[in-house]
Design a protein around this ligand. Structure first.
Ligand SMILES: O=P(O)(O)OC[C@H]1O[C@H](O[C@H]2O[C@H](CO)[C@@H](O)[C@H](O)[C@H]2O)[C@H](O)[C@@H](O)[C@@H]1O
Length: 355
């Protein structure tokens, strides 16, 4: 398959639809759970990896009944906007936004996953209304080059590289010029660099494979790899990874992600950022996390669902197993939702100033 530049791709079906059955408000896929268990074990069966790579590569249409049932359990955040705002009353909303597939559409070339100017304007306005963070698997500097908004918090490398705003805003004026920095896995840097180089060398025989250095983690992309070659690629990655017991493998949208085994993920990053904002132990905080990928589930579950604070919104056109309460179909709907939040805040501020 040839690599096209900045082609927006559509994944025509959920990775789990065929095996799913709705169960008391959640979506359970027995086979996917088993696959994920195998995948999470470092150096686990390569067959498990390949099954999972296939599972993230839809090939058959979804069943409309599954879709309907999923929509009931994960209604549109746009349709539920008024109810959501009602439950946030009197609470400090804090916004957490994933990047790929949430603020920018999924494209074939990860280096060209640009964010639209209208999305940037909307996020800029959002950050004036609420503390706002980008939480991504990408390297922090790379995502900053896409977003280019200095007033935001950034948590790159799945939260392993956190930086506070460099432009002052009303949410960081007490910090007196010091910028927040946190890198809980800095000792892994040489190991990740070495792994990156070895993976580049190892996988260069597979056409379309691309290795991305995300500073504290590495992504091996297979979106442009012919499915017949996936098994070869998985074997190559496994053969390198077996030398790194301190690294683990997880999977995103047509990407194998390798990162340190330390107990840190996007959910922990969310907690850390709330702590930095002085809001971690407040009852009146209302975190909203919007993301599209498996790695966003750590945030949906850990903080939002288990603690009953705020809520997660999954960006997906198709049913997926998720701990998010609500859904949005695509980045355009994310932008509409963020815009409505901004308008809601402006209206409530002007109502306040009239009192
Ligand atoms: O946490 P995220 O911001 O969602 O980062 C997860 C991965 O995102 C990127 O890959 C994904 O988007 C690419 C561009 O649209 C697409 O080509 C790829 O197939 C997707 O998996 C990023 O390039 C990865 O490094 C991140 O791990």
């Amino acid at each position: 398959m040839t690599q096209k530049q900045n082609v927006i791709v559509s994944e025509t079906k959920s990775e789990v639809v065929a095996q799913n059955k709705p169960l008391g408000g959640g979506y359970i896929s027995i086979s996917r759970k088993n696959i994920l268990k195998k995948l999470e074990i470092n150096g686990g069966r390569v067959n498990g990896w390949i099954e999972n790579m296939r599972a993230s590569s839809p090939t058959h249409p979804s069943l409309s009944q599954d879709q309907t049932s999923w929509n009931v359990h994960h209604p549109s955040a746009l349709d539920m906007f008024d109810q959501i705002m009602e439950s946030s009353k009197g609470k400090q909303i804090v916004m957490f936004l994933d990047y790929d597939g949430t603020l920018s559409p999924i494209v074939e070339d990860p280096d060209r996953a640009f964010m639209s100017n209208s999305m940037r304007k909307t996020v800029r306005k959002l950050a004036r209304c609420f503390p706002t963070a980008i939480v991504t698997g990408r390297c922090k500097d790379k995502v900053y080059n896409f977003v280019r908004l200095a007033e935001l918090y950034y948590a790159g490398s799945h939260g392993l590289d956190i930086k506070g705003p460099t432009r002052s805003s009303k949410y960081n004026k007490d910090r007196k010029g010091e910028t927040l920095h946190f890198q809980p896995a800095s000792q892994f840097l040489p190991m990740i660099d070495e792994l990156y180089q070895r993976l580049v060398d190892k996988t260069k025989s597979v056409p379309g494979a691309m290795v991305e250095n995300n500073k504290f983690c590495v992504s091996v992309h297979f979106r442009c790899v012919d499915e017949k070659k996936w098994s070869e690629l998985a074997h190559q990655v496994k053969s390198v990874l077996k030398d790194y017991p301190k690294l683990r493998l997880t999977q995103g949208r047509k990407v194998l992600e390798i990162r340190p085994t330390i107990k840190w993920d996007k959910g922990k990053a969310l907690e850390f950022l709330l702590e930095s904002l002085g809001l971690a132990h407040c009852n009146d905080v209302f975190p909203v996390y919007i993301g599209d990928d498996q790695n966003d589930e750590d945030a949906f579950k850990q903080k939002l669902r288990d603690r009953g604070q705020g809520f997660g919104i999954l960006v997906s056109k198709f049913p997926k197993e998720t701990s998010a309460y609500y859904s949005l179909q695509e980045p355009k709907e994310v932008m509409d939702f963020l815009q409505r939040l901004v308008e809601w805040k402006e209206v409530s501020l002007s109502a306040h100033s009239r009192v």
